[in-house]
Design a binder for this molecule. Structure first.
Ligand code: AMP
Ligand code: ZN
Length: 484
């Protein structure tokens, strides 16, 4: 498989550290609010990557953190803890907020068929691990104490800016209005490993440490959790593109300084989902959540389909119009699958199966080209192979795409069968009534009279029925009636 590696800015052949096994780490949500559908685009594309690696035969272990402490308003370690802000907004404790939004996050993931990673670790659960890492960094001379906090010294590294295209000035971008730069830092790019001093004294969660009571920085959490569960050689680290800098850059700095060798080989970043007016936000404009999609009548699967139709390394614009187009395309796809006969009794043509499947694999092997993988689904529907072969292929691809294709098609087929059965029953019930039987036979007689151009007879029949309180209605589909 070719995978684009943001660290080398190249598409590279994916070769895991241990043959047949993949260790994968995902930066999890900061649980101070609902996830917006942009956040969920990232988790969805990571889910496809994990599922495809399993599909390709790898034994994958995937770990994700839950950020419940230390993520400040600015990614450059300044401002207030996002969790504390969330707690104040809702007049709850930080732990109540964390529990509520963690549950909400997994409920959203469920609706989008995003599998839960093998290991989920809240950041507050690994404090001893962060402390031990920070101790090592201090011992090795990569960290210093200033103004009560412990900082990572980026000047000690030969190369800090891994993902390039980022410069020191970019750090200012992360510093929002009303947030002052931290004067304790020796270098602008230095970042906090452990806080004991902050302007925000009402920080709820604090722990004992060799440097005083405090709390960890956001970046150390992901390094600590990843090293704990996945060891010193990580195959893939994922996140949204905004995580590349400073978060992932800092993760690399502290992890490699600690272990003394290269840590993670492949860095996969998902580009953002934007709105027509720009960046997606939780505070400004419409807060786009999965619940909002549902309230507006959209099946979450349509949103997944919408995302899979474009490549993860391209930013994607969300609009209601784009969603409407995705609804039409998804429903058409489901209708075509529902039209296949699941009870044909035909055997699956294994040769045709493998030939067609090669198209899907080729698309996915090419840096996870899900848009071509979706095209491969249409190729199956168009192919001159049995319905049994088509259904087997669709089921196979959907173990990766997770678009609920067969479930939705079965549900549609069942609905159509129920509709037909209800219509047939209504006809049979009506025909069993002697008066209705008389009307139906009169309608037939009138139809025959009209065909024979005996319009006088046709009118006579209509008038006779009218006298009995029956009005005939002629439509393009035939004649129906109404009993007054
Ligand atoms: P957060 O909860 O803010 O830590 O973000 C969770 C994940 O969503 C991270 O991997 C972010 O990089 C990613 N993310 C944030 N905004 C967007 C967006 N507009 N589109 C796609 N992913 C995003
Ligand atoms: Zn992270």
């Amino acid at each position: 498989m070719l995978l684009y590696n943001s660290a080398t800015r190249k598409r590279e052949e994916f070769i895991p550290h241990v043959e047949g096994k993949v260790s994968m780490y995902t930066c999890g949500p900061t649980v101070y609010h609902f996830a917006h559908i942009g956040n969920l685009r990232t988790y969805m594309m990571e889910d496809v990557l994990e599922k495809y690696l399993r599909y390709a035969g790898y034994d994958v272990t995937r770990v994700m953190n839950i950020t419940d402490v230390g993520h400040l308003s600015s990614d450059a370690d300044e401002g207030e803890d996002k969790m504390l802000k969330g707690a104040r907004r809702e007049k709850k404790t930080v732990m109540e907020i964390a529990k509520f939004y963690t549950d909400a996050f997994f409920a959203d993931c469920d609706k989008l068929n995003i599998k839960t990673p093998d290991i989920i670790q809240p950041a507050t659960g690994c404090i001893p691990e962060y402390i031990s890492m920070i101790e090592t960094l201090l011992e090795k001379g990569y960290a210093y104490e200033a103004g009560g906090n412990i900082y990572f010294d980026t000047s000690k590294l030969e190369k800090y800016y891994i993902f390039n295209d980022f410069k020191e000035e970019d750090l200012d971008v992360g510093v929002r209005e009303g947030v002052e730069a931290d004067g304790n830092k020796r270098n602008k790019a230095d970042f906090v490993l452990w806080f004991t001093k902050s302007k925000f004294d009402d920080q709820e969660l604090k722990w004992e440490s060799p440097w005083g009571i405090g709390y960890p920085g956001w970046h150390i959490e992901c390094s600590g959790i990843s090293l704990k569960y996945l060891g010193e050689y990580l195959d893939i680290h994922c996140g949204g593109i905004d995580n590349a800098f400073p978060h992932h850059t800092n993760e690399i700095a502290q992890s490699e300084a600690c272990i003394g060798h290269e840590w993670c080989k492949y860095w996969v970043h998902v580009l953002h989902l934007n709105t027509n007016s720009g960046k997606m936000s939780k505070s400004k404009g419409e807060f786009l959540t999965v619940s909002l999609l549902e309230e507006k009548g959209y099946d979450p699967m349509v949103y997944r389909f919408f995302c899979l139709q474009s490549h993860y390394r391209k930013s994607l614009v969300f609009s209601w119009e784009n969603m409407d187009n995705a609804v039409v395309a998804y429903n058409k796809l489901i209708a075509r699958i529902a039209a296949l006969d699941p009870d044909s009794g035909d055997a699956v043509d294994t040769e045709a199966f493998e030939t067609l499947r090669a198209g899907f694999v080729k698309a996915m092997d090419n840096d996870m080209n899900t848009s071509l993988a979706v095209t491969a689904l249409y190729d199956v529907l168009k192919a001159k192979v049995s319905d049994a072969t088509k259904l087997a292929l669709i089921e196979n691809y959907d173990t990766v795409l997770s678009l609920s294709l067969l479930d939705r098609a079965n549900a549609l087929r069942k609905k159509e069968e129920e509709k037909k059965a209800a219509e047939a029953k209504a006809l049979a019930d009506a025909a069993a009534d002697p008066f209705v039987a008389e009307i139906l036979s009169a309608i037939e007689a009138r139809k025959a009279a009209k065909k024979a151009k005996n319009f006088a007879e046709a009118d006579r029949i209509r008038d006779e029925l009218a006298a009995k309180g029956v009005t005939l209605i002629d439509t393009a589909q035939g004649t129906t009636y109404k009993i007054d």
